[in-house]
Design a protein around this ligand. Sequence first.
Ligand code: F6P
Length: 534
Amino acid sequence: MSSAWNSVGAAANALEKVTIGKLFSQDPARTASMMFSAGELLVDFSRQKIDEQALQALIALAKDADVENLRNKMFSGEAMNNTEGRPVLHVALRMPAHESVVVGGENIVPEVHATLGRMANTVEHIANGTHVGATGKAIKHVVNIGIGGSDLGPAMAMRALSAYAVTGVQAHFVSNVDPTDLAQVLAYLNPHETAFVVASKTFTTQETMANAHTAMKWLQTGMNVADVQSHFFAVTARVDAAVQFGVSAENIFPMWDWVGGRFSLGSAIGFSLMCSIGVQHFNDMLLGMREMDEHFCSAELQKNVPVLLALVGIWNRNFLGCASQAVIPYLQELTRFPAYLQQLEMESNGKRANRAGKLVEHATSPVVWGEPGTNGQHAFFQLLHQGTDVIPVDFIGAARTTASGLDEQSAREQHQKLMANMFAQASALAFGSPAATDVPAAQGEHRVFPGNRPSTTIVFTELNPRVLGQLVALYEHKTFVQGCIWGINSFDQWGVELGKVLAGDVLALMANTSLDSTLDHSTRVLVEWFVNNS
Ligand code: F6P
C-alpha cells in the first residue's frame, strides 16, 4: 500500500475510539467546516466519523492517485477506458456548442448538438401532432425499451421530474425480458397512439431486442397494418442494426462508443424523457450536469464536493470496513435514484482487477441500495440503528415539495413532516441514545441506540431538472474519483458477460435437451424440469 494510503489508515486508527458525538463536542465549528456547496446542492459531511486530520490524509490520497490529472485527461478525451481503448466523454454531452473535444481527429461537440437539435425537432413534432402514427392518430405515449443504462437513467429521471412533464406525451419504461413487464405497460395503451423507442447502444441486448420484436407485433396486430415505422424510434451506436430492424433512418438518434451506458442519461438515451418533459426542461437538466462538471473541474480538492463524497465513501469502505452504502432520498420523486446509483457505482467499481490487470489489494465498491424515506423507516431502519453492521447513509431532501393537485397547506405540512423525519433519522444514527432509566429491566439493551453511525445529508431548495442534473453528475464524478483511487477502470463491465454467454447455452439446451451440453449438472437438471413443466 502507498504511504498516502497508510497515512489514512493511521488517521483511522487515531479515531478508533472517538465517536461522532465526541467529534461534535470537541469542535463547535464542526458543522460549518464540514458543509459544502456545489451548484444548488448543500452537502453536510459533519455526521461522518471523520476529522480534519483524516480529511487531509484523504485529500493527500486523492492527490497521490493523480485524481486531478486523470479528471483532466477524461475531459480532454484520452482513452480512459483502457480495456476497450475508448475515451470516456459523457461530459461532452453537456458541453456548450463553442467547446471542443477531439476524438479520432474530429471535434465531437457539433455532433452532440446536432443530435440534440434533431431530438428537439422530433419531440416538438410528436407533441404538436405533426408526427402521427400509422393510422393518422397523434402519439400520446412513448415506451422506452432498453435495459441497464438504456433504462435506469431516463426511467429514474422521468419519475424525478414528473412535475415537469409538459408536452402531453407520457413516457413509459420497459426493461425486463420477462414478458410481464411489457404486458403490464401495454395493457393500458392504445397502439394507434403509442410509439416505441428502442434504446440500445449495441442493438444486440437480448432483453431489449426481444421486447422490441414483441412490441412490433403488438402494433401490427393492434392496428391491423404492416408498416409501423412511424411508431418506432431508436437510440443506438449501431445505426445499421436499427435500420435492419425496421426503424427508418430519420427516426434513429446516434450515441457513441465514448459514452458508457450508465453515464448516458444526457445523450439521446434521454429521448423518451425529453418527449415528456420537453426540450427546455431537458436542456435545464444538461445545464445542471454541466454546472457540476464545472465545479468538479475548478474547485480545489478541499472544497470539491464530488471529490469529498468519493473520499468519504473510500473512508467508510476501506478504513471503517463498511461493506454497504444506503442512499435514502426523502423525496418520493427519487424512488428510482438508488436503483440508478446501483448500476452507476456497482457496475463501474465492483471490480477486483486493477487497471494493469492485477488483483487489487483493497476492497472496491460497497453494495449500494436504498428506498425512499419515510417508507424505509418502517422497514429496514431497525437494522440501520441497532444492527450489527454499520451502514453509512446518504440522506437526500428538499426544502419544498413539488406535489401538486392537493390542498396546498396540507401538502406543505406533510412535506415538513417528511423533512423532520429525515433530519431526525440522521441525528438518531449519529448520536443515538442510552436506554431510558425507567424501562423494564428485560428491555435494557433493546432500548439503547448506540449512535456513531455515519451519514451525509444532501439538501436543495426544490427538485427541478437543473438540480437533478447536478445530483446525477455529482454521483458520476464521485464514481470516477473512487475508481481513480482504487486504481480500477470504472468504464468497462466484463463481469456481466459470462452470464450472457451461459444464457445462450441454456436457451440452446431448452430447444434441444438431447444436446451434448457442457453446462453443469445442476443447471441441466433444472432445464429439464423447466422443459417438462413449461
Ligand atoms: O449488460 C450490461 C450492459 O452492457 C450495461 O452496461 C448497459 O447499460 C446495458 O447492458 C444495456 O446495453 P445496451 O444499451 O447496449 O443495450
